[in-house]
Design a protein around this ligand. Structure first.
Ligand code: SAJ
Length: 451
């Protein structure tokens, strides 16, 4: 039975994956050095504090700092294993930007010694481990198949449940050689409970891209189903519930678009590599990115006056997170700016968001400030706090128009109070104002049987 011979680990990149990974490695008994190019992160850690917000992450990071076995630094030093967890965004033209992976391995290669294990965890185009990591190690004088063990092992964490997911998810461990994969398998077994499955580096790279692309395409399909339902006058929620009773069907949830730093980005790596074969992927990206504008078009087709004042509820890309990266709200803001609207934005957790042009705008934490005198309110994020909102909160609006991108509200009470509610995948329910008592009762009966 081979033994895990690793005692010291350098984790390069102390973000939302690298930092909790470094803390869990420390807890498992390794001597860990965390490396980052950001002086603020290093200073924060050296004060004994965690620069990330997630509670369980902060707890294990502070525990690691107190153990005396974890230190943070700008400079890499030698170690038995190196784990690289840096961002891999796309550029403005959607081509992969691997500059941070390249910079990380260039800075690290000079301290990598013969016998070391080098693992890349960043989501990357197929071939990156061989063409960037191995190539830079070779340039530093090491044979990447003989002198060192080089692997690709993608992170798979779901923000909000980071620690649980690092500990429990199965891992795909792709080696440049079989020996490298076997060695990395032992390493992951030493601090994770999930099963590490060995394969080649290229298979591992592709599997990660496949996972997130699968989700993007399926969400796009759900959004198409929603658009069709709106036109057909049926409620997509009810139809999805019916279809999902089939044992081999799992239609996803339609919404105002797809955010986060992974799902809207990763399909581009495949589209870039094989554009002719990836038309479905490109269409899906466009559908998901177009959802916010689709909702705006529906609001305009109802009673939103062009150039009016719009209240936006939610900057985060997913409910109860403080993370606004690639949030669908950015797409709504761009469309509103383009069409000359005034807008203001609320979120219980996010304080700032970037417009597509790069400018940073601030987010209000007081809902009534945002809703006051608005011609329409768009609900963009499924924060729990929004689910509980009642009609009273919206009384300060000028016009009674709500675009419920996430189907969060108890629609009937809003209809009874004279609001028009436009929900993703629901036929537009015009206000019941003006109907007689019997017509109102009949309308509400239809709506409640659909919700
Ligand atoms: N969304 C929908 N409908 C759905 C599901 C999600 O509109 O049915 C939206 C969400 O509201 C959100 C976006 O999609 O805006 C992002 O999706 P998500 O919350 O499902 O995923 P992420 O980006 O937080 O994390 C994903 C996960 N990947 C998969 O589930 C395949 C996670 O496991 C990955 O580790 C992570 O990407 C990553 O780092 O790659």
């Amino acid at each position: 039975m081979p033994k895990n011979t690793i005692n010291s680990v350098s984790v390069v990149g102390l973000g939302y994956v690298g930092l909790p990974t470094a803390a869990l490695l420390t807890r498992a008994g390794y001597k860990v050095r965390g490396i980052d190019v950001n002086q603020d992160i290093i200073d924060c850690l050296n004060r004994g504090e965690c620069p990330l917000g997630e509670k369980e992450v902060a707890e294990i990071v502070v525990e690691a700092l107190h153990s005396g076995n974890f230190e943070a630094s700008l400079t890499p030093t030698t170690a038995d294993a190196f784990v690289i967890c840096v961002p891999t965004p796309v550029r403005g033209d959607k081509s992969p930007d691997l500059s941070m992976v390249r910079a990380a391995i260039r800075a690290t290669a000079p301290v990598v010694q013969r016998g070391a294990l080098v693992i890349l965890e960043s989501t990357s185009p197929i071939g990156t481990t061989r063409n960037v990591i191995a190539a830079e190690l070779a340039a530093a004088g090491l044979d990447p198949e003989k002198d060192v063990d080089v692997c690709y092992c993608p992170e798979r964490v779901f923000p909000g449940a980071t620690v649980r997911e690092i500990l429990n998810n199965d891992r795909v461990v792709g080696g440049l050689t079989q020996g490298a994969a076997e060695r990395a398998k032992l390493f992951y077994e030493s601090f994770c409970n999930g099963v590490p499955v060995t394969t080649t580096a290229e298979n591992a790279e592709y599997s990660k891209l496949m996972e997130n692309t699968f989700r993007d395409v399926n969400i796009a399909l759900a959004n198409v189903f929603a658009r069709i339902a709106e036109g057909a006058g049926v409620d997509v929620q009810e139809v999805i519930m019916l279809a999902n009773r089939h044992p081999r069907v799992n239609v996803h949830t339609p919404g105002p678009g797809v955010g986060g730093h992974c799902i809207p980005v990763d399909p581009w790596f495949l589209i870039d590599a094989a554009p002719a074969a990836s038309r479905l992927l490109l269409d899906s990206r466009n559908i998901n990115d177009g959802q916010a504008e689709w909702l705006l078009n529906r609001a305009e087709a109802s009673k939103l006056p062009r150039g009016g004042k719009v209240a936006i509820l939610g900057a985060a890309y997913r409910g109860d997170l403080d993370d606004a990266r690639e949030s669908p709200t950015e797409n709504l803001l761009s469309a509103l700016e383009e069409r000359g609207y005034k807008w203001s934005l609320h979120d219980p957790f996010v304080t700032k968001i970037n417009l597509h042009g790069g400018a940073e705008v601030s987010v209000h934490s007081e809902l009534s400030v945002v809703l006051r005198d608005a011609d329409a309110a768009f609900i963009m994020t499924d924060h729990s706090a929004y689910r509980a909102l009642s009609v009273e909160a919206f009384e300060v609006m000028k016009e009674r128009l709500i675009i419920d991108g996430r189907r969060m509200l108890h629609k009937n009470s809003f209809l009874e109070a004279g609001f028009t509610v436009i929900g993703t995948g629901a036929p537009t329910s015009e206000s019941i104002e003006g109907l007689d008592v019997e017509q109102k009762a009949a309308h509400l009966k239809v709506v409640s049987s659909n919700s």
